[in-house]
Structures are given as C-alpha cells and as structure tokens.
Design a binder for this molecule. Structure first.
Ligand code: SAM
Length: 558
C-alpha cells in the first residue's frame, strides 16, 4: 500500500477541491448533453449536493477519495506526517457525509454518491445508474401524484386553510354547550350559523332569534361522533398542533374535555373532524386564532415542530424564542397559566443545535414562566403496549400555584407485543405490494449504502418483531415493509413498473400504522392513503401519551 508523502497529499488535495472538480464537471456535462436539467451546488438543499434534481428529489454527490476517506479503515494509517491532524479532518468529513445522508433521507431525498475515480474510470456506467434512478423516481412521483391528488389540488402543495375559523367557532360552540365554555364562542358562532342558514334558505328571513333557536334545537349537531367527550369531564385541556388528535384521544380517555384545538393542515382537520366532530382552529401564530382560546383550562398539550432559536446570550430566554412555534406555546402558557403543560417532540430535540434548543425551552418554562419542570424523559412507545420502536421526548410542567415539586414518569409496562398483533387480519389489496422494479431500486440503494458502511435502506419487519418508528417522509414506509404471502391475485391494480413481487413483500397499510400508534379500531380514516400515512407518521403513540398524562392528572387532581 502506498504511503502518503507531503507531495502526494498536495496532489490529492488539488484533485479534491470542494466544488467544480474535473469528474464532477464531466458528469454534469454528460447529463446536460443527454437533456437532463439539474442545479449545481444548490445552497438551499442540505449538504449542498453537487447536482440536484429538485422535482424528483434526487441529490448526487461526487466525493473525492482523499477528503471523503475512501477505504478509510485501511487508508488511515497511510499518513506519515501530521497523522492526527489529517485523521481528525477526514473523519469529520466522513461523519458529515453520514449526517448529510441522514438528513436528506429524512427530508425525502434520494441520494447517489460516487467516488471521483469511479466517474473518471466508469463514466458511462455511472451515468446509466443515474438515468435509471431518475426514471424510477419519476415513476414513483407519478404514482405519488396520482395518489395524492384530491379534487383539483395536489397534496404535495402545502395546503393551509384559508384564514377563516368559522367552522371551528361553530363546532367549538356546539361541543361546549354544557361546560360554560360555549359562551366564549357564542357571538361568532351565531353570526356564522346565520350565514349558513341564510345560504341554505335564501327566501327566509333569518333573525338572530331564529338562529339561536336552531342552534338550541341542534340543527348542526352531529350525533354520531366516534369519540365523544366524557359526559362528566374531570378536567379541561387544549390541543395545540393537534394533528389528528393523538393527545385528544389520550386525554379524553382519562376524562378530559377538550375546549380548544388548533391545526392548520386541511386534511388533518378533516380526519380530526371525522373523529371528534369538531373542526380545529387554524394558524396558531395568528392573534385572531389565539383570541379564541378560552380561559380556565387545566392542561395545555402541544407536539410543536422543533426549530432552532437565535440565542444572543449564554442561556436563551423568552425573547430569544420569538418567531418560533415554541414562542407561541410559551406565550399561551404565560397568558392562560394552565395548571399543567404536556409537550412532546422528537428525540433529536435533546441534541438539537448542540442542546441549546432544549436548554432554552427549559429555561423559559422554569425561569421565565416559573413552572416546575422535571428533567424531560425519552419515552419509547414499545414500552407502552404498541409494537413500535418510537422514542420521543416528553416535557411536563406544573404551575407554581399547584405546589407540585415532584413528578415521576410512568413505568414501562412489560407487555410483550409484536407486529403480528397489529397485522391486517385479511389479505390486503394488491396496491400495497411492491413492484419488482421498486424492490430492485430499494435493494440497489441498500447495497450501495451498506458498501459505504451506512445503515440505511429498506427493512422488513417480521411478524414476531416490532416495527421501526412510523414517520412521514424519508424512508418511513420502506423501513417498515412486511412479508405477507396471503396474496393470490398478482394482477396490478395501479400503474406499476415491472410486476407485483412474488416474495410477498408489501407496505404496511394505514390501519396498521394507526394500530402501531395505538389508535383504536373505530378511529375513522377519511382521507386517501398518502395523507393517512402522513397523519399517523406525524402523530403520537396514544398509549405512551395516555400513561404520562395519567400521572399528570393524578398530580393536579390530587
Ligand atoms: C408533529 S405534528 C403533531 C401531531 C399531533 N400531536 C397528533 O397527535 O396528530 C405537528 C402539527 O402541527 C401543525 N402545525 C404546524 N404549524 C402550525 C401552525 N402555525 N398552526 C397550526 N398548526 C400547525 C402541523 O400541520 C402538524 O400537523
């Protein structure tokens, strides 16, 4: 093996400038000549890949052998001078490449990495690999688009509700007619109900009195609510960033009454309404939305998206969080002073921005808002009766006036449960089975990553195992494939490339995801599969939330 002298290293480094290197240019040129259009070094994409195809989310990197540590385990001993210095540098790069892969995969990107020398030596085979990946991804996109078309809109476009809380006001009014909270929504609810009735009966004179009477007589009531609240609720809570109501289910099961809910995604709202009969309010950052939050609720629940703060001083405070969704939560806590708070987030919050994000959150809750907040706990759903390895961070807090100064998170249950317990009882439709072509793409992808020492790729969950975390985007579905050889009819029912695979490999169904998250059988899934996967992947494992909430409620109700 050749040892690296200074001269050799200088040459290596020259050949490995970070962008615009020869092999990379060569590749770009050939693709361009073949009619492929890409962006070079797009800063907007994490890790600034050498080439990106935005529509199909394909990122291509051309890695110099030296900087990116090809065959590092053997080569690391080659450095003769300044060994430690170079090892550190290159190992940092290797680590960085891994992180870039992870983050891009999480964001739903497909990644191709080539060694510079391979491009130089086997240019045509690299190009044909890229072309075939592009083809596959385009197919995939087509499938996705056809799945994700609703009415005249595509799901891929973020659908945010028009700024109109009418339906939310009306349903919140109707749902709170026994607990005094409805007074809070009354004026707006009557105004909106009047509009609806006027539209429906254009020839009638609809006075406010008529509207009130109509409301009293339950014209808008939906008596078939899958998950009605307890008739004699023991406490009140609000459900922020509500998604499809994972928190709501758990807290209702403990005798709670939800008095306000906010969620801006149109399809999540649809699922929420189908199950709870209530339409969530929209964008929580808007004052108009916040103005509808009633006073006097006991628990604030929120699974807010995690964002970095720009902290000026050493320990971040309230003002440093301005402009983030946590700030909105903190403001509501400050204004409404609930007895308890229950926040949930991804496990990565612990190390997010080198731990600064979490320490700022804790600092704001403890110091600025005065809450008793015990050390957050990482809770795994698999310990609470669902066969899913899902770790999430739970943060709970108690208002200073409660006098609560200690809290224990729930003990894991030792119930053994596996995927077999949630598997579909019957043969599932053919559309859930992978095409031979897609399976091949997954196998290639996995082999490439494995040869680079990365633990990526698809995964098949055996019946006696537990599932990986269900997540929206990235490889969420592919990391949770299953064997199911009950299929008899292999005729494709959707447009696929190749045939339906004969090994019995399929995606889990949305209902299986619902069960993995602990949603009951009668939970209604009123949206198309693509939305349902997104919603369950974004949601919470209800039993883990319920076990923790039970401890919170025990404390505040004494
Ligand atoms: C991680 S999910 C929480 C899911 C929820 N805990 C459940 O059980 O389904 C975060 C949710 O916050 C919603 N969201 C994000 N920003 C929002 C905003 N400004 N106003 C209202 N909802 C928002 C998203 O649409 C998403 O559904």
């Amino acid at each position: 093996m050749d040892k690296l002298t200074k001269e050799q290293r200088r040459k290596n480094m020259q050949a490995n400038k970070s962008s615009g290197t020869k092999p990379e240019l060569l590749l770009a040129k050939i693709l361009f000549a073949g009619g492929y259009r890409y962006r070079k070094n797009n800063k907007a994409v994490f890790g600034k890949p050498d080439l990106t195809f935005k529509k199909i989310k394909l990122a291509i990197f051309v890695d110099g052998e030296f900087w990116h540590g090809k065959d590092w385990e053997q080569r690391k001993h080659d450095h003769k001078t300044n060994k430690e210095f170079w090892s550190k540098k290159i190992e940092r790069n290797i680590q960085r490449d891994k992180e870039v892969n992870q983050e891009l995969s999480k964001q739903g990107w497909y990644i191709l990495r080539f060694w510079s020398k391979d491009i130089e030596k086997n240019l045509l085979s690299c190009v044909s690999q890229i072309k075939s990946t592009i083809k596959d991804l385009k197919m995939d996109l087509k499938e996705k688009i056809s799945l994700e078309n609703f009415g005249d809109k595509q799901f891929k476009i973020k659908l945010v509700e028009p700024d109109n809380n009418h339906e939310a006001v009306l349903t919140h009014y109707l749902h709170n007619n026994k607990n005094g909270v409805s007074q809070f929504y009354k004026d707006n609810a009557i105004a909106f109900a009047k509009e609806i009735l006027e539209q429906k009966y254009p020839d009638e004179n609809i006075s406010l009195k008529v509207v009130e009477e109509a409301l009293r007589n339950g014209v808008f009531n939906n008596s078939h609510i899958a998950f009605p609240p307890d008739k004699n609720p023991k406490f009140k809570f609000i459900d922020l960033f509500a998604g499809i109501g994972g928190f709501r289910l758990a807290l209702q099961n403990l005798g709670g009454k939800c008095v306000f809910t906010s969620e801006w995604d149109k399809y999540a709202k649809k699922t929420y309404k189908a199950n709870f009969g209530e339409t969530p309010f929209g964008d929580i950052t808007k004052d108009s939305t916040k103005s509808y939050i009633p006073d006097g609720f006991d628990v604030l629940c929120a699974g807010f998206p995690c964002q970095a703060f720009s902290i000026a001083g050493k320990r971040g405070g309230f003002e440093d969080t301005r402009g983030t969704l946590f700030f909105e939560v903190a403001e509501i806590i400050k204004k409404k002073q609930p007895k308890a708070i229950f926040l949930e987030n991804v496990k990565g919050l612990r190390n997010h921005d080198k731990g600064k994000t979490l320490s700022t959150i804790l600092n704001v809750l403890r110091e600025d808002l005065g809450y008793f907040v015990p050390e957050p706990e990482i809770i795994n759903a698999k310990n609470f009766g669902v066969p899913q390895n899902r770790e999430r961070i739970f943060i709970v807090g108690f208002h200073p006036n409660t006098g609560i100064t200690d809290f224990s998170y729930p003990e894991p249950s030792d119930e053994k449960i596996t995927f077999a317990d949630v598997k579909e009882e019957n043969v599932v439709p053919t559309k859930y089975y992978l095409s031979t072509q897609y399976l091949q793409t997954l196998e290639n992808h996995k082999a490439r990553h494995e040869s680079k020492g990365n633990g990526f790729g698809y995964n098949i969950v055996a019946d006696d195992e537990i599932a990986n975390a269900v997540v929206c985007g990235g490889m969420g579905r592919e990391r949770n494939l299953v064997y199911d050889d009950r299929i008899r009819d292999f005729t494709p029912t959707t447009k696929i490339k190749g045939e339906v695979n004969r090994q019995g490999i399929r995606k889990m169904t949305p209902r299986e995801w619902a069960r993995l998250q602990g949603f009951p059988e009668n939970y209604i899934i009123p949206v198309a599969d693509a939305s349902a996967y997104k919603q369950f992947g974004n949601s919470v494992a209800v039993p883990a939330i319920q076990a923790t909430a039970k401890e919170i409620i025990k404390k505040i109700l004494g």
